[in-house]
Design a protein around this ligand. Structure first.
Ligand SMILES: [Zn+2]
Length: 720
């Protein structure tokens, strides 16, 4: 009896395709195969096998099974679940799961080994080479370097047969974590939380806990103890630590390496393809037991995943907004359920969604009340910019300038926080009022002085700053409006010419290694004033940092979307929490035009619970998340008339369902991106509604013209 194999291809196709299994191939579900698609062979994964032939039309046959690790059943189940949830093609998350498998395999490396023969003419140089070759397997060139001799000496020994050169393919392996190492000393609050987490791990089934502790309360030490316990309990257990930013991975990797005496697998977009391949293979084989990575690490083919930690769980960066749209924190809980693993969500400012789950008892709630060691929470002051405005054309108010001066005099450090890259967010012509925008996108161009260019942060478009206004041709008429970090740095340099000042943003710190160097330099006191975007506001410990100045505390409130207040509170609580971490008391100054706003009042009083209670009440009244659910539909196309006609058709096709309201169509706030017009619907549903199923039904009722793209975003975070 022949069999039919359903093969899922890592492409945006609605379903798996059927192929005939050639005689004797003996496939199993999860195998990677090469299957014909049109004239080409494609990599795919077998998701089902059944008896039978192809019916009337003979099926194409699978070409071959690939010599690659199979995807575990749990990983496949997760991929398919994620696609259903996100109302997207299952090939999309599969492509993420196969990212490591599609990276090139490691190339063979040349190593030099002694053969046991003695050199005919032993010289000091030759003895040094032999010693170095015994210590380590190195290439001939590296061996010469390690021994401090010329390459001719090594070559002579090879020619003589004393050394031999081999080609080996480095195995994808990672050192076993050393579980005999002691953990950090924990305070009472940490020890209690770690104890509860260990109990949770011991239950050996799916469980979620919120580790809720103020900045500096030592959450990392606590979750590393849970990880140690999980690894010790089951010699095959694997642990995944998810982080929102690549910039944070290096710090956490160092902590993990210190704790376990072994490097964890590192997984994010900055990891080179061969290294990515190595992690992927080792994770599939169970040889990599700890992975530290960004959101896509959730799709790795874990053989035996037992604990998932989502650090800074509230962070918006866990939401993937392009391609396959998903929220890594929410999917981490799903993956935990499929794997029967423990899931630990950690934050100083948990999301309202997670807090709601903790309040209702769905998640365990572990609170770390005090700061670690002797550190105190910083004192927070609101600077009312209406009463004490900065000088004209400046951005730092007199109280903040004075505080920076005093901090410098004490030899301590200042963080000036402004979540805006570049020099100025807007450039306009003072002759005609024209605002500089990108040619195919309706967002303002941001001026960058370091590069001398105007940049669209949405699409990456950039151009040199023109000498003349492109609209009215006036010469030297373009003026920079508002501050970005580069402009604040310029002002700080004018005010404090003797201070060492550095900017930390994704323009100055573009990879994990650079971030690590800057963080170390700050930690060692080589920087007096750090002007930073949110890249520096998270997770880092700077013992000499005692002043945080928030340049524009109102910035995040202006967008006015559902989560504006929550996000502003979280971001500023994180930023101000950087101050005063060792035994020095810290202070944070928030410059605001709205000191009476609930967010500012809660920040000043350091009363998170009051803020959360007020915000929850508003959301509950409006039946918004976490008391209801949202989905967005964004349709885009080159032609407005066609797009509008399609949106009308789509509005007509919306299913009627109890507890579901559809708003729109409306212009998206960003109504033109890369030459495409954008329109959107917003859907609100009661909690009990299967929103994914509703959206799937709706989506199936309309067939967009070829030029129109429809994206569905379940639980949207961006309302642009
Ligand atoms: Zn002009």
């Amino acid at each position: 009896m022949s069999r039919i194999a359903s093969v899922l291809l890592p492409m945006p196709l609605p379903e798996a395709f059927d192929y005939a299994e050639p005689e004797g191939m003996d496939l199993v579900v999860g195998d990677q195969v090469a299957a014909p698609l049109g004239p080409r062979l494609m990599r795919g994964v077998v998701v089902a096998l059944r008896e039978g032939a192809g019916g009337n039309r003979p099926l194409k046959a699978i070409d071959r099974r690939l010599d690659e690790p199979s995807l575990p059943a749990n990983t496949l189940e997760f991929v398919q679940w994620a696609a259903r949830y996100a109302v997207d093609a299952p090939g999309q998350p599969l492509a993420i799961a196969l990212r490591g498998a599609r990276a090139p395999k490691a190339k063979p490396v040349r190593v030099t080994r002694p053969t046991g023969l003695q050199p005919a003419r032993p010289t000091a140089a030759r003895t040094k080479v032999l010693q170095a070759a015994l210590d380590q397997a190195l290439s001939p060139a590296d061996l010469a370097r390690a021994a401090g001799v010329s390459s001719g000496v090594v070559k002579g020994l090879v020619d003589e047969g004393v050394l031999q050169v081999f080609e080996i393919v480095p195995e994808a392996s990672f050192d076993e974590p050393d579980l005999s190492r002691p953990g950090s000393a924990l305070n009472l609050s940490q020890a209690a939380a770690a104890g509860l987490l260990k109990e949770m791990v011991d239950e050996g089934c799916f469980n979620v806990a919120l580790l809720d502790g103020v900045t500096g309360s030592g959450k990392t030490e606590v979750y590393l103890e849970a990880a140690a316990h999980s690894l010790a309990k089951d010699p095959l257990a694997q642990v995944l630590v998810l982080l929102p930013e690549i910039a944070l991975t290096q710090a956490v990797i160092s902590r993990v390496a210190d704790r376990f005496g072994a490097q964890p697998g590192e997984w994010h977009s900055g990891v080179a393809p061969p290294a990515r391949r190595r992690v992927w293979e080792a994770v599939a084989a169970g040889r990599c037991r700890i992975v530290v990575g960004a959101r896509s690490a959730l799709f790795l083919p874990f053989a035996n995943l037992k604990l998932i930690v989502v650090d800074e769980e509230h962070d918006g960066s866990f939401k993937q907004e392009e391609g396959f749209i998903y929220h890594a924190r929410d999917l981490a809980v799903v993956r935990g359920k499929i794997e029967q693993a423990a899931v630990l969500l950690a934050s100083a400012t948990p999301s309202l969604e997670t807090l709601r789950n903790a309040e209702t008892g769905r998640y365990r709630w572990l609170r770390l009340s005090s700061r670690h060691g002797t550190a105190q929470l910083p004192e927070i002051e609101l600077v009312d910019l209406r009463a004490t405005p900065p000088a004209s054309g400046a951005w730092l108010s007199p109280p903040l300038v004075q505080a920076i001066g005093e901090t410098l005099e004490r030899g301590e450090q200042t963080l000036l926080f402004l979540n805006r890259r570049g020099y100025a967010p807007l450039v306009l012509c003072k002759a005609c009022g024209e605002r500089m925008t990108a040619p195919d996108t309706d967002s303002w161009l941001v001026e960058h002085r370091y590069s001398g260019r105007l940049v669209c942060h949405l699409t990456g478009f950039s151009m040199p700053k023109p000498a003349r206004c492109p609209h009215c041709a006036a010469l030297d008429s373009l003026v920079s409006i508002g501050p970005g970090v580069e402009r604040v740095e310029e002002e700080a340099r004018l005010l404090f010419p003797q201070a060492r000042i550095t900017v930390f943003s994704s323009d100055t710190v573009f990879d994990a290694r650079e971030a690590k160097r800057l963080v170390e330099s700050m930690a060692q006191g080589e920087i007096d004033i750090l002007v930073a975007t949110q890249a520096a506001a998270k997770g880092h410990n700077f013992p000499k940092l005692t002043l945080v100045g928030v340049v524009d505390a109102d910035l995040g409130l202006r967008g006015g979307d559902l989560r504006a207040a929550e996000r502003t509170f979280q971001l500023l609580a994180q930023a101000t929490g950087r101050a005063g971490r060792k035994d020095r008391p810290g202070k944070a100054l928030l410059q605001t035009y709205a000191p009476e706003h609930a967010v500012m009042q809660a920040l000043q009083a350091q009363d998170r619970d009051a803020f959360v209670a007020a915000e929850m009440e508003e959301r509950e009244l409006a039946k918004l998340p976490p008391f209801g659910r949202l989905a967005a539909v964004i349709a885009s196309g080159p032609d407005m008339t066609q797009l509008e006609a399609f949106m009308r058709e789509m509005a007509q096709a919306a299913p009627n369902a109890e507890g579901v309201e559809v708003y729109g169509p409306a212009d998206a706030p960003l109504s033109l991106v890369r030459g495409r017009r954008r329109k959107r619907f917003l859907v609100r549903a009661d909690r009990g509604v299967d929103l994914s199923a509703y959206m799937t039904t709706w989506r199936a009722r309309v067939k967009p013209p070829n030029a129109i793209r429809v994206a569905i975003d379940i639980d949207p975070y961006s309302f642009l």
